[in-house]
Design a binder for this molecule. Structure first.
Ligand SMILES: *Cc1c(COP(=O)(O)O)cnc(C)c1O
Length: 398
């Protein structure tokens, strides 16, 4: 017998759980892309996106996943031979650096491992050493979805300013946008990339790039930019098709309109606070389990943990076994441990991640915690007592 039948919870860190309203809005006949609703709703969608990013500057949409948004952002401001500084705290920093290299951009990667955030002193040293200002941009992952480390993006701006370094500050908020506090303009971020399938609760397929005037200036100085990735016509389209460089992602736009409505009805501060409390409930449970068993949270200091995703270690092969059990027996799909070991290393089976981004609430998190504990029991894995109580206490206190 399986107890998995019923509504499932995909608790991997993206794609995330989608609201019914988003799905319902997408279930419709193909709309006209030359006039009518799709054309008319763009203004509101772009305004809604900028409110999530907390920017008064420009935003563009690509029919792409996060990797596409990475490439789009790079293509507008960095040319082959330019140097980018990439502080990395897990898989995704290295991924963005790798993509830059593919475009002929040189990278200087500062690797901070997989458990702690950027050391701003080391970033400062690297910037100070760059007297000739060869570094044209700092590529910074806000939340690294593999390690669940959250980095201090505002701190990076302060470092750039203290050093007087003109490099652009580019932030990857693919995991964090709509989950962890992020203030594009207040923090002085020049370029930010995001995607539809995480905090925005829409299926994968939309890559988002936000950019300010400094970045737009840099774009103007570029000798050559791919027509498709060029953000200029997308940000200020003369004709509707220019928003997307071709056919609009019609159904995704309906979904996105619905998700933005949900987000702004709740209010950004409330969205952030909900994610913070739900994350603390999960951590409280994990700490209780860990007191009497092998489970540990990957990031030790709660101040450095994302509110969107939590990476855990439990020792091989228990991570894989637990994921299989919760998926097949409880209808709860946990995330694989990504980038925590080399791909062929059996130790990789000792990690898992919990996605708690987007359309998630207290009863889902309590169900998640209870289901994980049932998995420990079924697999005869030792754990400390009081995890459900601890999670419930966090939730009851808000
Ligand atoms: C998910 C994610 C990506 C990659 O996005 P895709 O849509 O899978 O291409 C990049 N960076 C971060 C921080 C992410 O969470």
């Amino acid at each position: 017998m399986s107890l998995a039948n019923g509504r499932s919870y995909l608790a991997i860190p993206g794609p995330s759980v989608m609201p019914e309203a988003v799905l319902r809005e997408m279930h419709r006949a193909a709309p006209n892309i030359y006039e009518g609703e799709v054309v008319e709703m763009m203004d509101g969608i772009m305004r809604g996106l900028k409110r999530v990013a907390r920017t008064a500057h420009d935003a563009v949409i690509y029919i792409a996943n996060g990797h596409g948004a990475w490439e789009a952002a790079l293509s507008n401001v960095l040319a082959p031979g330019d140097l980018a500084l990439v502080p990395a705290t897990g898989r995704f920093g290295h991924g963005w650096a790798d993509q830059a290299q593919g475009l002929g951009i040189e990278t200087q990667v500062l690797d901070f491992g997989r458990k702690v955030p950027f050391d701003l002193n080391r970033v400062e040293e690297a910037l100070r050493a760059d007297k000739a200002h060869r570094i044209k941009a700092v590529l910074a992952t806000h939340v690294d979805t593999s390690s669940s480390v959250r980095n201090d993006i505002a701190g990076l701006r302060q470092v750039l300013d203290a050093v007087g370094h003109p490099a652009l500050l580019m932030a990857d908020c693919i995991a964090s946008l709509g989950c962890d506090v992020f203030e594009m303009d207040l923090w002085g971020v020049d370029v930010m990339v995001a995607a539809s399938q995480k905090g925005l609760m829409v299926p994968p397929g939309l890559g988002l790039v936000f950019f300010n005037e400094r970045a737009a200036e840099r774009r103007k100085g570029m000798e050559r930019v791919s027509r498709y990735w060029d953000w200029t016509p997308r940000a200020r389209p003369e004709f509707f098709y220019q928003y997307f460089g071709g056919t609009a992602p019609t159904h995704h736009l309906y979904g996105l309109r619905a998700s933005l409505e949900i987000i702004h009805t709740e209010g950004m501060e409330n969205v952030w606070a909900r994610h913070a409390t739900l994350a603390r409930a999960i951590w409280a449970a994990a700490e209780a389990w860990g007191a009497g068993g092998p489970l540990t949270l990957n990031v030790t200091d709660p101040a450095n943990r994302s509110h969107a995703v939590t990476a855990l270690r439990i020792g091989a092969p228990h991570g894989t076994a637990l994921r299989r059990w919760t998926e097949h027996e409880a209808g709860l799909t946990l995330g694989v441990g990504l980038g925590m070991s080399e791909p062929d290393d059996p130790k990789g089976e000792g990690f898992f991640r919990i996605g708690h981004m987007g359309h998630v609430n207290a009863q889902m998190v309590m169900g998640l915690v209870g289901s994980i504990q049932a998995g420990f029991d079924a697999l005869k894995l030792p754990y400390g007592p009081g995890a459900l109580d601890a999670a419930a206490r966090v939730i009851s206190q808000g």
